[in-house]
Design a binder for this molecule. Structure first.
Ligand code: GLC
Length: 557
């Protein structure tokens, strides 16, 4: 293996951790998490082994979409801190070997953004064409809305000028017209500004939406091919900060996603979340059949060398199952969220992993072992390392945005403010901080936290997982996923049993004589026969990671 490559293209085997500053740690006791608080807890993340932080929006906002509605791209939400605090945070994270990326929200602004206030003032305002307007009444677009509980059209009538503006998301989030050179200039400046302050890139929100040309007449468009815009963004980013990344939210079928990586070695997004593999993972877990996941992985299109998939089990939104068929979605709902209060938007679930898996520690560990063993770069959402649960009483996606559970003390150690002043309610009951908290788990060698930490560190020591070529291995058990990732003469085999039935997995690997399989998550070595064959036992919901060791090789493990 050529280790030096892994530092150049660091994102190909990073461990990303997503958090919202507002709910992470409140240093000043006002009930709202803050940047100073996160900085105090940087060592917690370093100890977990995280290599890249993804900060959810921390910009000034009326907070009608949890900060995804921005009023100033260059600002910091005063509840969270100042630019000074941001720089201190980034510097401290870097000192611990962590990179920092943040959400870039350029599909839309808040309707309270000064640009939109100007844009709606009159049809000839210089900011009018920062947004997308139409004079004719819009057709029925109720099938295109993203939040069907609140919106019934992607066009909103603005009384003042009697025209309609485009908003793919909420009506208070008007879409920018990024084909306009002056809007692009604003976005370049925004990107440049945060890179200059030390960010290592961006999680780019809602990419297909800002590239779509809905509502644009030819004279409205200053760029014809929307992907030209992504290429320009990538080139700009590269000029300003050579190893900064763009990690895109592109929830589309794999074939369509491929276009967003670009050509020529990858000249658009560096990374994209693999929403398809995520959704198929849940289908596989629900059916206890590795087939759907194996198929999703093997049908991923080949991607440019410098690009990467980000894998995940949970994020800050609803657990969307929108790319499954109706029947498949019904199966996952039945298995993991049968009650209506657990579901949202008709397509997703409000729950976190441990509650969906009935709190069964074997299944929860197997699910995370599976995540970290998949080809790609794993992304954790805060609290997953502890097995935090959700608050089903909270509205929609807020169910999984509850305060981080640090200790069994007041407010779970998140804040010293009175509970009614907290930014969100702390989860109560069996998944609340009395039973699930960081302080206790860090000191317990058998905790989920320590298990996830082992996965993180082992993943980092196995660049094959981020860089390797995937083979799904033949074996007779449908409830077992056996896969191998090979990179530059080295390879790792992973076995996951999705069912409670113990099994023995017969494998036959194409390896030189006298090779062996070395267990990476526990002690053990299995000699492979002259024909590369071995029978490997797996407990119910068992998992194993094994490195192929060739005779005479000097790998440490
Ligand atoms: C993305 C975000 C989501 C947000 C939406 C609008 O989908 O993940 O949280 O509401 O964009 O910005």
């Amino acid at each position: 293996m050529r280790m030096t490559q892994t530092s150049d293209l660091w994102w190909k085997n990073a461990v990303i951790y997503c958090l919202d500053i507002e709910t992470f740690f409140d240093a000043d006791g006002d009930g709202v998490g803050d940047i100073a608080g996160l900085t105090e807890r940087i060592d917690y993340l370093a100890q977990l082994g995280v290599t890249c932080l993804w900060l959810m929006p921390f910009y000034p906002t009326p907070d009608r979409d949890d900060g995804y509605d921005v009023t100033d791209y260059y600002g910091v939400d005063p509840r969270l801190g100042t630019h000074g605090d941001v720089v201190e945070l980034i510097r401290t994270a870097k000192d611990r070997g962590m990179r920092v990326i943040a959400d870039l929200l350029i599909n839309h602004t808040s309707s309270e953004h000064p640009w939109f206030q100007a844009s709606r003032a009159s049809t000839d305002n210089p900011y009018r064409d920062y947004y997308v307007w139409r004079a004719e009444p819009p057709p029925d677009t109720s099938d295109q809305v993203i939040f069907p509980d609140e919106e019934d059209s992607i066009w909103e009538l603005d009384e003042r000028t009697g025209e309609w503006y485009l908003h793919h998301f909420y009506a208070h989030q008007p879409d920018l017209n990024i084909t306009k050179a002056k809007v692009r200039d604003e976005i370049w400046k925004t990107i440049g500004f945060w890179l200059q302050l030390g960010l290592d890139g961006f999680r780019v929100d809602a990419v297909p939406y800002f590239l779509s040309d809905v509502g644009l007449s030819p004279q409205d468009k200053e760029v014809d091919d929307p992907h030209t815009y992504l290429r320009q963004m990538r080139a700009f980013l590269g000029r300003r900060h050579g190893d900064a990344i763009l990690l895109g939210e592109v929830n589309l079928p794999h074939e369509e996603q491929r276009k967003y990586f670009g050509d020529n070695g990858g000249d658009q997004l560096h990374m994209m979340f693999d929403f398809i593999a995520m959704q198929k993972t849940y289908l596989s877990l629900a059916r206890e059949d590795a087939g759907p996941l194996a198929e999703a992985l093997t049908q991923r299109p080949a991607i440019p060398h410098d690009c990467q998939w980000a894998t995940f089990l949970r994020n800050h939104d609803e657990l969307t199952l929108d790319k499954l068929t109706e029947d498949e979605r019904a199966e996952v709902f039945a298995a993991f969220g049968p009650e209506e209060r657990m579901q949202v938007y008709g397509r997703g679930l409000k729950r976190r992993v441990p509650t969906m898996l009935d709190g069964d520690p074997r299944r929860i560990r197997m699910a995370y072992s599976l995540l970290f063993s998949l080809p790609g770069t794993p992304t954790l959402y805060y609290g997953e390392e502890l097995g935090m649960g959700e608050d089903l009483g909270a509205d929609g996606r807020m169910a999984v945005r509850t305060p981080m559970q640090w200790s069994d003390g007041e407010n779970g150690g998140f804040s010293t403010a009175p509970p009614d002043r907290l930014v969100g309610q702390v989860v109560d009951g069996g998944y609340g901080p009395k039973h699930v908290n960081a302080a206790a788990q860090m000191r317990d060698a058998d905790s989920l936290w320590n298990f996830v930490r082992t996965l993180v560190l082992t993943y980092r020591a196995c660049p094959e997982l981020g860089w390797g070529r995937l083979t799904v291995l033949d074996q007779p058990h449908t409830h077992v996923l056996a896969h191998q990732l090979s990179w530059e003469g080295s390879s790792v085999v992973a076995l996951h049993n999705l069912s409670a039935e113990p099994v023995t997995v017969p494998l036959r690997l194409d390896v030189p004589p006298d090779s062996a399989l070395v267990d990476l998550l526990r002690d053990g070595t299995t000699d492979l026969g002259a024909d590369g064959a071995a029978d490997l036992p797996l407990e119910g919901y068992g998992y194993r990671w094994l490195r192929v060791r060739r005779d005479g090789e000097r790998q440490l493990v």
